[in-house]
Design a protein around this ligand. Structure first.
Ligand code: AMP
Length: 143
């Protein structure tokens, strides 16, 4: 199973923000869109960072409500781990688990082409395990 199979089902739209956007606006978008992370892009659409609810909680916990005025560029993670369409879901899961993060932007031809979350991966893994169990049951019933 590949990343492309997940994106074909969920779509390739990615919620993005600019590094100058205030943290308060990021909170609003995370809440309105019911998502856990936003990719921060530059003028040419290039990935500059990623900000997740964890980053927001960390900075508000440290600095209080004043953090809401801060530009997200000061809070985001700059070294973003990305994957591509052809990567297997298992390899993405392993990298998320090793890096302790739950979101991974997908890059295709140097451009942002989707985002997979740990939720997407768990959903597809469960569907795969159920399919395999059904096949096993059918095989046993035939024997
Ligand atoms: P998350 O588990 O996705 O909420 O993120 C936990 C931490 O990892 C936060 O500091 C994020 O900014 C960071 N993070 C999330 N996704 C990635 C990624 N693909 N590459 C690098 N850092 C990430």
């Amino acid at each position: 199973m590949t990343v492309a199979m997940i994106l074909n089902e969920k779509g390739r739209d990615v919620v993005t923000a600019r590094a100058s956007d205030p943290v308060g606006e990021i909170c609003r978008t995370l809440s309105e869109k019911r998502i856990g992370a936003i990719v921060v892009t530059g003028a040419a659409g290039q990935i500059e960072g990623i900000v997740s609810e964890r980053d927001v909680v960390r900075v508000i916990g440290k600095e209080g409500p004043a953090a809401l005025e801060q530009p997200v560029g000061d809070v985001m993670t700059r070294s973003v781990v990305t994957c591509s369409d052809g990567d297997t879901v298992n390899s993405v899961m392993a990298r998320m688990s090793a890096g302790r993060f739950r979101h991974m932007p997908v890059v295709s031809g140097g451009k942002l082409a989707g985002l997979v979350s740990i939720g997407d991966i768990v959903k597809h893994r469960i569907a795969q395990i159920e399919r395999e169990a059904d096949q096993m049951r059918d095989y046993i019933a035939m024997a």
